[in-house]
Design a protein around this ligand. Structure first.
Ligand code: TXE
Length: 480
């Protein structure tokens, strides 16, 4: 008996465009094909950019009521299809079904949020220093935006870029990561069936160095919004500057600190670390990969966290009893295991995990290093797996200094019962996001998201701040 595998095509100017078909696998079940996708070449990417250029002025000129309706419809459809989309996402990326449900819900809510953002003021009026002059700042769309997304949030990251891009009157060419084309393909279907005029939203699936590169180098693209690795992000920046001085926004890695002070509630500290370090298999740019722990609570914390991590049930993400799914790919698993070896060689001690499940699937046990120092590679480089290291410090001053001693600066957390320690940390942590008594990895869609240093370049994403990237301020003077 032959079973048909679902497939996803590229979307160009409202038409589905086929290409060489490639399978997209399930990291929990090697050999299982989740879907097939049509690989786009440079010519398909070019056609998508041209279609977007043609469609953008008409879209920007539509009354906001109709743009709102379409965005709202996209969000509502995503929310209505949450369960089905979550199963698909979980099968192709490997995160727990419960986490996938949360992600799909977030994507739907994001479209609805930006539908309503259109009712917010879109400019400012100033008093002019000159008589009989009216001064105002208006906003115009950036134009055609290329959106390049990673695999770790297959629908939420595309949503939090595509929704504001469309809301503020831009046309979009989306290039998702190759590992998660099914979620992107379903999103494209939903957008295409929402009443969106052809060409306003286009999807091109394929290799970064082919279709991604076409977006970076094309003069038809006005701006690039990118999330991914720091090395790729630097390349994106260079290409954008070299090809038409495009606007770019980069969200990249993290090596996020979670500080635990002696006065912390141990249970809260362990809960924050367990979630921040290991959930989603540590494949979050906001994951807490450096646990900076004050000496007085250190041993109790390490013992409790190692026990809790060791007790997590690693298994198929569709099994409701699983507490941790697989990592996304064999390459990611081998990179994670390499870091376990590197950490040991550097003198850190594995107190939980350190191995993968020797059966089928890319399952890695949550891994905790004790006796780490902040100058070790495992404390400096983004591993992007369920691996965290504990660094012992004497006091809050040292904790803040170690927390800030990183090239990254996305998310930082502290667990403490001291109000003054919390306030000082919020003031002094060199980071775009700061959490107190909460995991470093929880963020909300209506608040700005982004970091400092090697974690970020360009305006913040999400919330009302997204407007700063997707629109251009125009200063207007009118004499009367
Ligand atoms: O990222 P890439 P990958 C980190 C993490 C992970 C590593 C590699 O450490 O192990 O990056 O992951 C596209 N021109 N993060 O391979 O390569 C690519 O096709 C244009 C951290 O997924 O940066 C994909 O769509 N585009 C991060 C996107 O860029 C190019 C989340 C990201 O791919 C391109 C993900 C090119 N030349 C990975 N080359 C986080 N912290 O959130 C690649 N791409």
């Amino acid at each position: 008996m032959t079973t048909t595998v679902p497939h996803h095509l590229n979307l160009v100017d409202g038409e589905w465009v086929d290409g060489e078909r490639r399978p997209n696998g399930n990291p929990a079940r090697p050999g299982e094909v989740v879907s097939e996708y049509a690989v786009a070449g440079r010519d398909t990417a070019r056609a998508a950019i041209e279609a977007a250029r043609r469609a953008q002025p008409g879209w920007a000129g539509q009354p906001i009521g109709s743009r709102m309706d379409i965005l709202d419809r996209i969000g509502t459809t995503i929310l209505r299809r949450t369960e089905e989309l979550a199963v698909l996402l979980s099968r192709e990326e490997g995160k727990l079904l419960s986490e996938a449900r949360g992600e799909v819900t977030r994507a739907g809510q994001t479209f609805r949020y930006y539908a309503h953002q259109l009712l917010q003021p879109q400019g400012e009026v100033y008093s002019s220093t000159r008589p009989r002059v009216h001064a105002e700042v208006r906003r115009r769309p950036l134009g055609v935006v290329g959106i390049i997304t990673p695999w770790n949030y297959p629908i939420a990251i595309p949503a939090w870029k595509v929704a504001p891009a469309l809301a503020y009157g831009n046309a979009v060419v989306l290039k998702p990561a190759e590992l998660v084309t099914a979620s992107a393909g379903e999103l494209a279907r939903i957008i295409n069936e929402s009443g969106m005029p052809p060409g306003v939203f286009n999807l091109v699936m394929g290799a970064g160095r082919v279709v991604g590169e076409e977006l970076l180098t094309s003069t038809g693209i006005d701006g690039i919004s990118f999330t991914g690795g720091t090395g790729t992000g630097s390349h994106v920046a260079q290409q954008c500057l070299a090809h038409g001085n495009k606007r770019f926004q980069l969200e990249m890695g993290g090596k996020n600190p979670l500080v635990v002070l002696d006065d912390a509630d141990l249970e809260v500290a362990v809960r924050c670390a367990l979630d921040g370090s290991f959930f989603s298999s540590g494949q979050r740019c906001t994951a807490s990969s450096r646990l900076i722990v004050q000496a007085g609570i250190h041993d109790r914390f390490v013992e409790a966290l190692a026990a809790a991590a060791g007790a997590l049930r690693v298994g198929d993400p569709l099994d409701p009893l699983s507490e941790l799914g697989p990592v996304v790919s064999p390459e990611q698993l081998s990179q994670n295991l390499d870091y376990v070896r590197i950490g040991r060689d550097e003198g850190a001690t594995v107190v939980a995990g350190g191995t993968h499940r020797p059966d089928e699937g890319q399952f890695m046990r949550p891994t905790l290093f004790a006796d780490a120092r902040n100058d070790m590679r495992v404390a400096r480089e983004e591993i992007f797996g369920p691996v965290a290291c504990v660094i012992s410090v004497d006091d809050l001053d040292e904790a803040i200094s170690v927390a800030g001693d990183t090239e990254y600066g996305l998310s930082a957390g502290i667990v403490t019962t001291s109000l003054s320690a919390a306030e000082r940390f919020k003031r002094d942590a060199r980071s775009g996001i700061v959490s107190v008594n909460l995991p470093t990895a929880g963020t909300e869609l209506h608040l700005p998201f982004g970091g400092t240093g090697a974690s970020n370049h360009g305006p913040r994403e999400q919330g009302g701040y997204a407007r700063d990237f997707y629109s251009v301020p125009v200063t207007c003077y009118t004499g009367w």
